[in-house]
Each structure stands twice: as C-alpha cells, then as structure tokens.
Write a protein that binds this ligand. Sequence first.
Ligand SMILES: Nc1nc2c(c(=O)[nH]1)N[C@H]1C(S)=C(S)[C@@H](COP(=O)(O)O)O[C@H]1N2
Ligand SMILES: [Mo]
Length: 197
Amino acid sequence: MALVTRGFGGRRRDPDSKLPPGQTLVRDWPVLSAGATPRISPADWRFSVQTETGDAREWTWDEFRDLGLEDVTMDIHCVTHWSKLQMPWRGVPLDLVFENIDTTYQYVMAHSYGGYTTNVPLNELLGGKAWIAFEADGEPLSAEHGGPARLLVPHLYFWKSAKWVRGLVMMPDDEPGFWEERGYHLHGDPWREERYS
Ligand SMILES: Nc1nc2c(c(=O)[nH]1)N[C@H]1C(S)=C(S)[C@@H](COP(=O)(O)O)O[C@H]1N2
Ligand SMILES: [Mo]
C-alpha cells in the first residue's frame, strides 16, 4: 500500500499563487500533444532511471507508487499563454526517486512512451519541485493528459511536464529535448518568460 502524504502545498490554497507575465487563466484544461496519444496500461507501465554506468534502475507500477505518493496543489503555465492555478495533483516526488539513484551527472532527459523528450537540470527536479504524477483534480490522469503517469515540473513551462513518461536518462551536459530542439528555451522559467531560445 502506498502512503499518501501532504506536500508543502497539499490541498491548501497557496497565497502566493499568481499569474506569470503574458499568461491568461483558463477554466477548462486544454490538451496539447505533438503526436498520437499512447495507451499504456498500469500493468505494462515501467519507469526507469539510467545513470552514467549505463545501468538503469527500473520500477513496476506498484513498486514505483510504493516509493510514496504525495498530494500537492500546483499552478501550471503553458508557453502558449494559458495557465491554471491551484490544481490538485497526486504523485511521487522525484526526491524519493533519487534517494535510490547514485549519479554525479547534473542534467536529465525525460523520455516518454511515443518518443517525446524534454531536458531539465537535476536540481530543478529535487527539493519538492517535481513529481511523477498519477492523478489531477482527484481523478487518475486521462490518456490525453498523459496518463497513466506524467512528469510534473510546475515551476517551469508545462512542455517540461512530459506526458506518458517512461524514464529519465542522466546526462553530463544540458541537451535539448523535443521542443527545445525546435526553438523553445532550454530552461523555460515562466516568471522570466523563457519561452524561446
Ligand atoms: N509526451 C508528451 N508530453 C508533453 C507534450 C507532448 O506533446 N508529448 N506536450 C507538452 C506541452 S507543450 C504541454 S503545454 C503539456 C500539455 O499537457 P496537457 O495536454 O495535459 O494540457 O504537455 C507537455 N508534455
Ligand atoms: Mo505547451
């Protein structure tokens, strides 16, 4: 049985919740996918982290969720100018994942079922800033929104929150992922409007 704990924002309203520059609030939740929607069942889902040794630590659905689920309330900001504030999410914090990982590499490429990739520095995934999310708004993530599991890095533009995530590959240097290769910013801080490179 996976424990559910409350993160810093868990189910509480965050008084600091605000709209970054150039963003507009939406009520519905838009779907933005670069390709077809993969359909992955929890039974087939695996999550892995590969380090400089070439070896990968791999978890099944149950093993991974048993690392510890957390409820948090987070704002999301898409580079196409929509934001949603105060969304309830449930997921495993990356801090708990990296307790099991021995690496000196400081950069991460997230890989998704379907081939999508996005790069994030490791320190932006730790310290209670990122999750592998399984639920949003109190429901399991729909396939369109990245179910059964997606990366959630809410303090960066939402393209960093890879849907259908299947693993992370550690890298010695920062390298562009799918959208970053196509002109989007390597980092993507919405408060600095790091939209394009
Ligand atoms: N695998 C995958 N992840 C992805 C994308 C994608 O096309 N494929 N699009 C990104 C972009 S640009 C955004 S804004 C969000 C959209 O998530 P949503 O469809 O749940 O709103 O997912 C991000 N993660
Ligand atoms: Mo986006």
